[in-house]
Design a protein around this ligand. Sequence first.
Ligand SMILES: [Zn+2]
Length: 235
Amino acid sequence: MHDCRGDVDRVPALLERVELGDNADAWEELGYRLALEHDLVFPAGFAALPRLVRLASRSARARGLAGTILRRAAGHHGCDDLLADCADAIAEFRELLDRHLQSRPADYLATFLDLLAAKEEYHWSAVLGDFTDDFYHLACPHCAVEVTIAIGNHGRYSAVRDWHLGDVDRRGLLPASSEKLSSIGRWMHETAVRDGHEALADGVAHLFGRAECPQCASVFNIADEYTSANRPVLL
Ligand SMILES: [Zn+2]
């Protein structure tokens, strides 16, 4: 099980050190050997996952590293068998993250995104923001004009983005009522409401709601169009 430096023996030794007690140097080295640049993940990351999950209930660094590895599990890593072997650990990690969310932590959004990855919702894990100043770009499914969806403190609208004039021809979004949300949208909304994160819940209701095209006035589902526009190409 090689890590991103091509070594096979360092990660097990480092895991033993952090299991004995918090060790900043060992965590740092584990971080760059397992949580990698360019969205890559290596076999050692999946092999280490069960041990990281076991540590995660008492170590924020273990929790963060396990979350980072899972966020990158969407990529092409050739480790599907290793990932499948982690199913129990990932299920345990989902429960741990959900308990952490309910403690109203300072790293709420990061934990929320980690939990989306642990639910294999890699797309939303990668693109969801905190809705203070978020923009989503997609094409109108009817006339193909590029539409900017804004969900933030500055407004919640669909518009055509003009280099000089900014967002023009704005139309207010139509948020989804909670009972009309799709399964993952509903989970996100209910979780944010449960934990008192009103802005996140409200943003999700808009993101999973509908928008009107500024050019042809057709109305479409934002999340569906945004997902299909940004779906990774699987080779
Ligand atoms: Zn249109």
